[in-house]
Structures are given as C-alpha cells and as structure tokens.
Design a protein around this ligand. Structure first.
Ligand SMILES: CC(C)(COP(=O)(O)OP(=O)(O)OC[C@H]1O[C@@H](n2cnc3c(N)ncnc32)[C@H](O)[C@@H]1OP(=O)(O)O)[C@@H](O)C(=O)NCCC(=O)NCCS
Length: 181
C-alpha cells in the first residue's frame, strides 16, 4: 500500500470504503464542467474506483491514481501519476469543490511529481487538459510545467468541440527548479 505525505494532506491507495465520498464529490455539476457526459455519469465513480484498486495490485505497477486525504481522514479527491510509455507519465488531479482553492491540489501534485522523478525514475511528466480549464492549467504552471502544445477541436462532448492543452516538466527542469527554490 502506497502512502505519501504531502504538506498537510496525504496520498494513499484507494479502498472500497471510499466509494460514497468519491461518488459525492464527483457528482457536483461545477466539478464536472470540463468532463464529458460519459465521465460525469453516476456509475463512473464506481468504475474508476474499481480500476484504481485493480491498478494498485498490478505487478509491475505503472498507474498510481491515489486518494487525497485530509488530516482528519476525509476523502478530498484524487491525484494520479500514470506511466504511459518508458519514463514518460501523465498526471491528473481532481478535488471535491469544498477542498478547492486551498492549495491541496498543489501540495498533492508536487508530492506526486517528486515521487515520479525520484522513485519511478521518470524523465518527463505531462498533463493534458481542456484549454478552458483555467484552474487545471494554473495548477500545472504551479508545478513548473510549461505548455507544450494545443490541439484544436480534438474533443467533442456536451454538444460542442473543445481544444486541449498539453503541459509538461522534464526531470532536468524539475531538479533546476528544486535547486533554485
Ligand atoms: C483542477 C483542480 C484540481 C485545481 O484545484 P485548485 O488548485 O484547488 O483550484 P482552484 O479552484 O483554487 O483554482 C486554482 C487557480 O485557478 C484560478 N481559477 C479557477 N477557475 C478559474 C477561471 N475560470 N478563470 C481563471 N482562473 C481560474 C483560481 O483563481 C486559482 O488561482 P489562484 O491560485 O491564483 O487563486 C480543481 O479545479 C478540480 O478538481 N477541478 C475539477 C476536476 C478537474 O477539472 N480536474 C482537472 C482534470 S484535467
């Protein structure tokens, strides 16, 4: 079982008992603003949770979608790092609305990025998000990521096309940033 301390919050593997809280935080309409109908469906939380638990049992493990937990043990959301090809991984974060705006996503993501470069030996970590998801883009910039590319009209949901942005940070950039901090 993984457990990573992150400045005031903790990252740990998901458990079946997290389902009610995970379902509840994902059901908020504003939380779902940039999610497709499929990703916002009521059974999606159940499906994702089962997948995260299965991934945590895989050997060798390549996907670490972890629960972000408050000091009192409440489920705040999830933050994950997924190895997509050798030494390259994607990262993604989602927090329940009452937990947003307090730096928890930044702390959880920074801890996970450190885990990725130090423990997993990654060379590049990237995030892909809808171009209008300003909070997600701002969060990636706070991790030291830079915009790599933008794809125009490459997603379709909620009756319209959406652009997506890829941001990334390399191992060297991350080390340089740590040194200068
Ligand atoms: C992405 C997410 C984890 C970021 O969490 P957070 O860092 O706590 O986010 P906040 O809502 O506080 O927003 C972060 C920053 O973006 C800014 N922001 C939020 N919405 C904005 C908007 N529509 N336009 C401009 N700036 C915006 C906030 O003001 C904040 O800036 P600050 O740090 O200077 O105050 C959170 O928004 C979330 O869980 N969203 C729902 C799920 C999701 O879309 N995840 C991303 C999938 S790729």
């Amino acid at each position: 079982m993984i457990s990573i301390p992150a400045d005031g919050v903790r990252l740990r593997d998901f458990r079946r008992e997290d389902l009610a809280q995970y379902k509840s935080l994902r059901s908020d309409p504003k939380f779902q603003r940039f999610y497709s109908e499929e990703d916002s469906a009521t059974n999606k939380a159940e499906e994702l949770l089962a997948m995260f638990i299965t991934q945590s049992d895989e050997i060798p493990r390549s996907k670490y979608q972890l629960a972000v937990v408050s000091p009192s043990g409440e489920l705040m959301g999830s933050c994950g790092i997924r190895i997509e090809s050798p030494r390259h991984a994607s990262i993604g974060c989602e927090l329940g609305r009452q937990w947003q705006g307090a730096g928890a996503a930044r702390d959880a993501g920074n801890a996970l990025i450190e885990f990725g470069f130090v423990e997993l030996g990654l060379h590049r970590i990237y995030a892909e998000t809808i171009s209008e998801n300003k909070a997600a883009i701002k969060l990636c910039h706070a991790f030291g990521m830079k915009i790599e590319s933008e794809r125009v009209n490459d997603r379709f949901f909620k009756g319209r096309m959406w652009n997506t942005i890829v941001l990334s940070i390399s191992e060297n950039e991350w080390h340089a940033r740590k040194k200068s901090a």
